[in-house]
Design a protein around this ligand. Structure first.
Ligand code: G3P
Length: 218
């Protein structure tokens, strides 16, 4: 399972990368705004800064919602760095754009996936990744994990190459459930990834080992 981090914060990306387990980064316009990155040029420069930290796919989202606009923006983003994956919203114009980018060998991440039908359509168009928003489904009392499970079955039935990138991950149990059902990738906050390492028995055990060593080596 690949681990992506869902942030535009360079310090967090660096911290995750230094852990040695980071495979890629996803961003979205809200995450860029959260870091105070505004204006076309600053945004493009920020993507390059992210790509220079991580040796893996970096999703950069288009703002246009029409085919021509998405193609224009997507080509500009893809030209920035070899790591860029063009993030396209799940709308019909987006499906056309994904098909276009697939024919040009440009990788895409179809975002805002909330149903199996959307996931099927994006795979048909040749999306490299699809991003089902697990946490946002859970927020509205709908089982996000069940959706990912359903998409896994559909993709396996037809051997689609499209990777399931479980997004809107909020906590470590989301990551574990995604791993159990075979999501290809997960993206979430660094806090959820770091929480995987935590167990009180590990802390207690380590404390005891160190205390016993200290007793014998006074
Ligand atoms: O990048 C898309 C997705 O991961 C958003 O997550 O937490 O805003 O629902 P969240």
């Amino acid at each position: 399972m690949k681990f992506f981090i869902d942030t535009a914060n360079l310090a967090e990306i660096k911290e995750a990368y230094d852990l040695g387990i980071l495979d890629g980064v996803t961003t979205n316009p809200s995450l860029m705004a959260k870091e105070g990155i505004t204006g076309a040029e600053n945004i493009l420069n920020h993507y390059v800064a992210i790509c220079n930290i991580v040796d893996g796919p970096v999703s950069a989202e288009v703002i246009a919602t029409d085919f021509e606009g998405m193609v224009r923006e997507g080509e500009q983003l893809a030209a920035l760095h070899k790591n860029i994956v063009v993030k396209i919203p799940m709308i019909l114009e987006g499906i056309k754009a994904i098909k276009y980018f697939a024919s040009k060998g440009i990788r895409t991440n179809c975002t805002l996936i909330f149903s199996a039908g959307q996931a099927l359509l994006a795979a048909k168009a040749g999306a490299t990744y699809i991003s089902p928003f697990l946490g946002r489904l859970d927020d509205v009392s709908t089982d996000g994990i069940q959706l990912i499970q359903q998409i896994r079955v559909i993709y396996d039935n037809y051997a689609f190459d499209t990777e399931i990138l479980a997004a809107s991950v909020r906590h470590p149990m989301h990551i574990i459930h995604c791993a159990e059902i075979g999501a290809d990738v997960m993206t979430g906050p660094l806090s959820a990834i770091k929480a995987l390492a935590k167990h009180p028995l590990t802390d207690l055990g380590l404390q005891q080992f160190l205390a016993d060593y200290a007793k014998g080596n006074k």
